[in-house]
Design a protein around this ligand. Sequence first.
Ligand code: KG4
Ligand code: ZN
Length: 353
Amino acid sequence: MGEFFHGRGAVIPARLCGVPLILAIESSCDETAVALVRGETGCAAEVLASVVASQIELHRQFGGVVPELASRNHSLHLHALVEQALQQAGVRVGDIDAFAATTGPGLASSLLIGSTAAKALACATRRPFLSINHLEGHLLSPFVGATQVPAHVALIVSGGHTLLLDVADAGRYLKLGGTRDDAAGEAFDKVGKMLGLPYPGGPEIEICAREGNPGAYAFPRSMLHEAHLDFSFSGLKTAVLYTLQRELGQVSVVDVAASFQQAVIEILVAKTLAAAQRCSRRTIALSGGVSLNQALREAFAQACGRAGLELVLAAPNLCTDNAAMIGFAALLRHLAGESSPLDGDIHPHLPLL
Ligand code: KG4
Ligand code: ZN
């Protein structure tokens, strides 16, 4: 499930086959991405091209994303990425049935670049424009390549969001819980910084954790046993800070990384399984940058196996920000007959519901 055709060329222009073809742009934060996705109702969608220009190296020297640099770089790279995606897919702008872009949530100046470009293409070709919620992109990413989106409980874990949702169907979402402070990825990034690791901390902590003892430090599992399905990661982050201050340079970075990662994993797994039980869902889907974490994927696989639940994971290249997931969300809306006005605004703080 979720097989990804990174940059594979299509032999026959999609429009000639009569299968709707979407060009999608993602520029909500520090990745500029363009994808071409096509599909029909009841059939698996096909990603004809998906290209991403990451700005991680650019922002690393500042220890986090600098919004003005991000938007200027989106503007610099977007045109070339659109050309590259078209070439890889073997299609022309005139073959495209609808243009989509992420319009929120995200950095305002970054969202404006991608959405304005997609609107301009839609306007010039007289094709519809689709305004897509970044979170819906993540939410649906485990099902790119599937023939349907089944009823399930979804956990989105990214740098900006930690969200638990009950999904009845594509487009029918009920929020079950979210973070009350830091997002899971934000906690990884902040703890990475405390440990002196490069930005973003998530992948760096995962590498360190492989060498460490996850039982070395008893970090708190906030809200683990409370009845609600919300999360809190700021207490965990502070506990790491106090440990580092107390042990003044004597601390084992790999043990702290492993113990911190273990605490995050236990909280995410326990709350998500509790949500599935509460909603009587038999399927759990994971998405977002943090879901790239191999230890998290394995912990979910084991817990779901024990509970007899099906686990659907986003393909690794669909976990962090990409335009294929935006194209897939747009395709489902396009097939449902939806489109968005060209004078619609961006929404930096847009919730999913
Ligand atoms: O989904 P994403 O690309 O962007 C947002 O929409 O926020 O997620 C980025 C986040 C960052 O916080 C990054 O540290 C985290 O995902 N991340 C990871 C891993 N890879 C990326 N966290 C833990 N383990 C990883 N392997
Ligand atoms: Zn994201």
